[in-house]
Design a protein around this ligand. Structure first.
Ligand code: PMT
Length: 393
């Protein structure tokens, strides 16, 4: 594993020597490119010592790395990891600017690129940063979502660089054998929206992040992936067949249509259990003398139960979102929905599960065994879940 580690000028740059050490622990040979701003936060000497290689800082006439220029380095490298990635570097990568050693190298680099954005939450949420991340994702760059917690500026929120062992583990996962090559996998993600009238609907807090991470991880491991998604703010991932749906009934139809060519189904979507009996043609008006009203609901199609009944040869991974008795409720659903594995999410914890960048789950198998997956970025959790699928195929 030949890794180029690009370090940019955010406070998390101080963790770079540990990132190098962890990468070496998982068997990587590491060369570091520091931006001049990053060199204010972390010593090039320390990075040279832990990597065992010279560190590149200057775009021109860089010395101390064996005379290798960015084209030669690109021939050597298997993967570019930019961690931490500042808003400035994300913008340069998105538009292809090449005005320092790292952004120039990124243009020359031909293998996979992983970026780990790290910055203050409000900077991360700025539309320009989000747009640059969307552009990079669309281009196939892997964006490792930041962790949430206490930030260097004292704020609480999303924007922390994942810990060095998590980064190293993720990089290692990118070199895993393409163990899902030749497999067709259907993934569902996101919420459904059940309309009440033309302007109102019933829905839930699912963002789609977990399901999209499952689709992305499966694609990278060689699977042919079909992603059927409810309404989310996430762009369609590159390289997967993508269908957008709105309601549980639409998701049911899309899943059933796609099912005959699938071998594995991963149901991460949070599908409505009930839907209004009737949808009003016009916006329902508030009446001055009415203090209470009743909405009559009927059962929505149970997609998973129908899959289990119609295609016994499929390998089925269900998800369960629970607020109490998480494991026992998930075990009951595993049996009722006829799944092979069920991923139990504790959605009472706002820092994981719904709409968070991280998750921590317990995966329960049909034989009763269970595996805890510790808190990590959803893409890391997705790969762990796929490890368990592959073990059982
Ligand atoms: O999307 P994120 O913000 O990243 O959040 C991730 C998540 C918490 C939504 C996700 O990981 C998760 O737990 N998804 C399942 C949520 C859910 O609907 O759980 P459930 O216990 O209600 O349903 C159990 C299973 O049956 C699920 O696989 C679900 O897709 C399926 N189901 C449910 C109802 C229905 N009508 N049809 C179904 O197929």
């Amino acid at each position: 594993m030949h890794i180029v580690l690009g370090v940019t000028g955010g406070i998390a740059a101080y963790k770079a020597p540990d990132v190098v050490r962890r990468l070496r622990d998982v068997g990587a040979d590491v060369r570091v490119i520091l931006t001049p701003n990053a060199a204010r936060f972390v010593s090039p000497l320390a990075l040279a010592a832990v990597s065992g290689n010279g560190v590149i800082i200057e775009q021109w006439g860089h010395s101390g790395h064996g005379g290798v220029d960015h084209i030669e380095l690109a021939r050597w490298a298997d993967l570019l990891l930019v961690a931490p990635a500042t808003a400035n570097m994300l913008a340069k990568l998105a538009v292809g600017l090449a005005d320092d050693a790292l952004s120039t190298y990124a243009i020359a680099h031909r293998g996979p690129i992983v970026v780990a954005p790290a910055m203050n939450t409000s900077m991360l949420q700025h539309p320009a940063v989000q747009m640059n991340l969307a552009v990079l994702r669309e281009r196939g760059v892997i964006v490792l979502d930041p962790d949430s917690g206490l930030l260097a500026c004292g704020d609480e929120g999303s924007g922390r660089m994942p810990d060095p062992p998590v980064l190293a583990d993720f990089v290692k996962q990118q070199f895993a054998t393409r163990d899902l090559e030749g497999r067709s996998i259907l993934v569902t993600a996101g919420p459904t929206r059940e309309p009440i009238d033309p302007v109102r609907f019933i829905s839930n807090r699912s963002s789609g992040k977990m399901g999209y991470a499952m689709a992305e991880a499966a694609r990278r491991r060689g699977a042919k992936v079909t992603l059927i998604s409810g309404p989310t703010a996430i762009p369609a991932p590159a390289g997967v067949a993508f269908t957008r749906v709105m309601t549980a009934a639409e998701m049911h139809k899309a899943v059933m249509d796609a099912l005959p060519s699938q071998q594995i189904v991963i149901k991460a979507a949070a599908v409505a259990d009930f839907t209004p009996v009737a949808v009003a043609d016009h916006k329902i008006k508030k009446q001055a003398d009415v203090d209470e009203t009743t909405l009559t609901l009927k059962k929505a199609p149970d997609i998973l139960a129908d899959i289990g009944a119609s295609s016994p040869r499929l390998f089925i991974v269900a998800f369960a979102a629970e607020t109490d008795s998480v494991e026992s409720n998930a075990r009951e659903k595993l049996v009722r929905k006829n799944a092979d594995l069920i991923v139990a999410n504790d959605v009472a914890d706002p820092s994981i599960g719904f709409d968070s960048d991280q998750n921590a789950v317990t995966v329960i198998a049909r034989d009763g065994s269970s595996t805890k997956i510790e808190r990590a970025a959803k893409i890391v959790v997705a790969n762990r879940i796929l490890d368990l699928v592959v073990e059982r195929l």
